[in-house]
Design a protein around this ligand. Structure first.
Ligand code: SAM
Length: 259
């Protein structure tokens, strides 16, 4: 298969279609705990196939997403329209390095290490500044990502399987190598797809930013737009800010407060 995963929204959408109710509840808890006003209007950079765009409106929010993949945007626009959500969810083309809005959002979310696609400090800073300018003061930006492991063990991950509308996708996503000097995480995604009886295999490398907690904190500070307010793990347990943060703790939620 020549196409890349982010140009194949139909298969991405099956592979990543797990229930996000628990995650939305956590975001609502953050809105209540860290934002001094009612959160109504949410921004989602790198929104993909719009898992959050079609879910947040059910809880009464308005959400705007953007992504730099034309296929993702086309798919998500159709999904939003098909679900009758055009007045509560908007989708546009945009790149995390340069997109900013005149609208002031109350909160923003960035899930499953999408921020990691920005590799350089300059790109990350530019994204944080643009997003900070698109948020109301004291709004929050929730960023979900994993830091570098202290000791990267060979991965024996069996992956996960999801089936929807006669499309079955088995996904294995693994970290191959972490280069601390270049600050790059080399990851591989392998998908075995059965689309109405037709077998397709997709295997590709994803080159992501290797997050070192000290770098992350320093970029947040340098942006001049946010301060790190809190960190939570995926079981919704708060992690004190002075904890030694490493990949062994898994994907964590960083709550950035807009200054
Ligand atoms: C792991 S997916 C996450 C999608 C969505 N947030 C979700 O939770 O399902 C990463 C997304 O980031 C998008 N992406 C990668 N680099 C980007 C960039 N520089 N600007 C905007 N979107 C980007 C990809 O097209 C893809 O849709």
């Amino acid at each position: 298969m020549n196409k890349k995963l982010y140009n194949l929204p139909k298969y991405y959408d099956v592979a990543f279609s797990w229930d996000i109710t628990f995650e939305i509840k956590l975001f609502q808890k953050f809105f209540k705990r860290y934002v001094p006003f009612d959160v109504k209007n949410i921004l989602e950079p790198a929104c993909g196939t719009g898992r959050f765009l079609v879910s947040f409106p059910e809880y009464g929010y308005h959400i705007t997403g953007y992504d730099n993949s034309p296929e993702m945007i086309e798919y998500t626009q159709k999904r939003v329209a098909d679900e009758g959500l055009r007045n509560r969810a908007a989708v546009i083309t945009g790149d995390m390095r340069s997109t900013k809005f005149k609208t002031q959002f109350d909160a923003a979310i960035n899930s499953i290490n999408s921020l990691g696609y920005l590799l350089s400090d300059d790109d990350i800073l530019s994204h944080l500044r643009n997003t900070g300018e698109s948020l109301r003061s004291e709004g929050i930006y929730i960023v979900h990502l994993a830091c570098a492991c202290d000791k990267l063990e060979p991965c024996e991950d069996e992956g996960w399987i999801i089936e929807k509308n006669r499309i079955r996708v088995k996904t294995i996503w693994a970290i191959e190598k972490e280069d601390r000097q270049k600050k790059i995480s080399y990851q591989v995604c392998k998908m075995e797809i059965n689309d109405h009886g037709k077998n397709i295999v997709l295997e590709e490398q994803h080159i992501l930013r290797l997050w070192i907690f000290e770098d992350l904190k320093s970029l947040i500070r340098k942006s001049g737009k946010f301060e790190l307010a809190a960190i939570y793990d995926e079981s919704h347990k708060q992690i004190p800010l002075n904890t030694h943060i490493c990949g062994e703790l898994g994907n964590l939620y960083y709550v950035l407060k807009a200054l």
